[in-house]
Design a binder for this molecule. Structure first.
Ligand code: ATP
Length: 363
């Protein structure tokens, strides 16, 4: 765990970049730091590995103050990835990654083997290994940057806008692969981004800073969307996602007449949702009225039959939708089912529409 305890950074010219920051970044999770330009994101990150020294306050790794650590040893415990990868231009890709294993005492051969493994881990084909950085695309260079940061097997990783220098398609692909990789490696990661969508997608915890380096809110993506601490957070999270303009019109309950209903709300609804086939299931309400179609394999992964509370009150419906949204945020194109206050399925819904629905009082 990385802990900030009343951490302030003031520059001699009077700029307060970070102001009395209290923050816990949980172990094995991704914390995304986000906020407007100049709000102190990079400064906060670089104080962790002591590239910048705080003016006051304490930063601790697993309870141990970084001020008491040798900066060089500290940096070995912390992987660091920056926007333009920062690779050594005159070394090959494999040598860039092998540098740290060599520093840690591996033989040349062992270091190369380790570097090749890491390149594979980040999805770079072996034939790139002997190229030079300038012979790689921006996205490929970022992969090398991540491989190099992993080379010392650090418990902590700091990433400063690691995916922002690549085009949107590659960025989205790198984000997905990064999330998959994190499932395997489970590092404690802090990632700086100016992109709220990226923060919501990658962060287990999202930390919104406001100008002047003041903490606005630290919460899960779902909490930020549904319970913003104040207008600043609501605007910052909402404006970029445009979710306020979405409404129930996005609900998509395609109702059709079919002779034999294959799924029935009530006792059998759970079974229907538990099916994993691609067949569209017609869902009917307790009065046998067709309500809509559900394609179980397209329903967000976290929905278990138990999650659908068929005798729910409005509060329960909100709870169900929050669970749906939580899962849907990691796969925005997937859909969840929505039940109304009587437990009747009203349709399927995208993550965006679920947010709008949660906002709307007239469920
Ligand atoms: P961006 O998203 O634009 O990269 P950021 O949130 O990462 O911004 P920081 O780079 O941490 O912001 O900078 C925070 C504030 O501190 C800014 O107002 C910046 O101008 C100021 N700052 C940074 N370095 C110095 C310095 N060496 N001297 C004076 N002010 C500085």
């Amino acid at each position: 765990m990385i802990t900030f305890d009343k951490v302030t950074k003031a520059y001699p010219d009077g700029t307060t970049a970070v102001n009395e920051l209290d923050l816990e970044c949980p172990s094995g999770k991704i914390t995304a730091l986000v906020g407007p330009s100049g709000c102190g994101k990079t400064t906060s990150l670089r104080m962790i590995n002591r590239l910048i020294e705080p003016t006051s306050g304490t930063i601790s790794l697993d309870g141990e103050s970084t001020a008491d650590m040798d900066p060089a040893l500290l940096r070995r415990r912390i992987g660091y990835v920056i926007q333009h990868a920062g690779l050594f231009p005159h070394r090959t890709i494999v040598d860039n990654v092998a540098t740290m294993p060599k520093l840690l005492g591996k033989t040349k051969k062992e270091a190369r083997t380790r570097a090749m493994e890491l390149l594979e881990t980040v999805g770079l084909a072996a034939h790139f290994a002997d190229r030079y950085p300038w012979q790689l695309s921006g996205g490929q260079q970022q992969r090398v940057g991540v491989a190099r940061a992993l080379a010392a097997d650090p418990a902590f990783m700091l990433m400063d806008e690691p995916f922002s220098a690549v085009d949107p398609v590659v960025r989205s692909q790198l984000q997905d692969e990064f999330l998959r990789l994190q499932k395997e490696i489970g590092k404690t990661i802090i990632i700086v981004t100016h992109d709220i969508d990226e923060a919501l997608k990658l962060g287990d915890q999202v930390v919104v800073l406001r100008t002047g380096g003041v903490l606005a809110q630290a919460a899960t993506p779902l909490e930020l969307l549904t319970e913003p601490a104040d207008e600043f957070v609501a605007d910052f999270v909402g404006r970029d996602r445009g979710y306020r303009s979405l409404g129930f019109a996005n609900l998509d309950g395609r109702v059709d007449t079919v002779a034999e209903p294959v799924a029935r709300l009530g006792d059998s609804a759970g079974e229907a949702l538990a099916r994993t086939s691609d067949d569209w299931l017609l869902v009917v309400d307790p009065a046998n009225k067709p309500i809509g179609w559900v394609q179980p394999s397209k329903v967000v992964g976290s929905i278990r039959p138990d999650d659908v509370n068929l005798s729910g009150t409005v509060a329960d419906v909100h709870g169900t939708m929050r669970a749906l949204l939580d899962a849907a945020l990691s796969a925005p194109s997937k859909r969840g089912v929505v039940v109304d206050g009587d437990g009747v399925l009203v349709g399927t819904v995208t993550a965006h529409a679920a947010v709008a629905a949660i906002e709307s009082a007239d469920l």
